[in-house]
Design a protein around this ligand. Structure first.
Ligand SMILES: Nc1nc2c(ncn2[C@@H]2O[C@H](COP(=O)(O)OP(=O)(O)OP(=O)(O)O)[C@@H](O)[C@H]2O)c(=O)[nH]1
Ligand SMILES: [Mg+2]
Length: 182
């Protein structure tokens, strides 16, 4: 997803850098390309629109039109805004604890299970950890199956208790299991 986002952003910048003159018109075109790249990368349309409106405002305000290197200035404006959009500062996951415990909570269908799989895969392949995925969703019947399929795809163990309707006790038992299996 991020690869395709950066490719599309690069294409938008290549376009404006190649223009002999920068005008309000080609700023508008670039901004539209950026918005489309963001929406394609799953960014909510309203957020993408606010984001690109801010870029446009800055670009027109910062005398990009008369700058020595307008393309570079556009890149800088977008980079600053993207950094801001992502929260401004980088914060590391807290992986302390034996085991380190990460609780994923969120609205129905918001992508918790998918994200859990991605996170487990990241921790395994990039951080050298041996994560244990825990199915503590006791309401949706297929939730455990879904997590097991994902775990199978990335080679990460999945802990579940199909008969247990108490999420807290599932979580506590899973912690014991994780300690035992390191
Ligand atoms: N486009 C897109 N779809 C996603 C993303 N993450 C998850 N999905 C899809 O959104 C749907 C719901 O994702 P899940 O991971 O099952 O979400 P959940 O929060 O675990 O859902 P429930 O357990 O039913 O509450 C699935 O069809 C996913 O494939 C994402 O980042 N982008
Ligand atoms: Mg789920």
């Amino acid at each position: 997803m991020f690869n395709s986002l950066s490719e599309k952003l690069e294409a938008a910048f290549k376009n404006i850098k190649g223009q002999g003159r920068i005008s309000e018109l080609n700023i508008a075109t670039t901004v539209k390309d950026i918005r489309r790249a963001l929406v394609d990368a799953d960014v909510n349309y309203k957020i993408a629109k606010e984001f690109t409106d801010r870029i446009k405002e800055k670009a027109l305000g910062e005398k990009v039109l008369t700058a020595v290197s307008p393309g570079q200035l556009m890149v800088k404006i977008v980079q600053d805004e993207l950094t801001e959009l992502m929260g401004g500062t980088a914060s590391e996951f807290n992986l302390n604890g034996n085991p380190a415990i990460i609780l994923i909570a969120g609205l129905q269908g918001s992508g918790k299970t998918t994200f859990s799989g991605k996170l487990a895969n990241y921790l395994k392949t990039q951080k050298g950890k041996s994560p244990l995925l825990v199915a503590a969703d006791i309401y949706r019947p297929a939730a455990i199956d879904q997590l097991e399929v994902l775990g199978g795809q990335i080679g990460v163990d999945v802990y579940s208790e199909r008969e247990n309707k108490n999420a807290v006790s599932i979580a506590q038992n899973a912690i014991k299991e994780a300690k035992a299996k390191k």
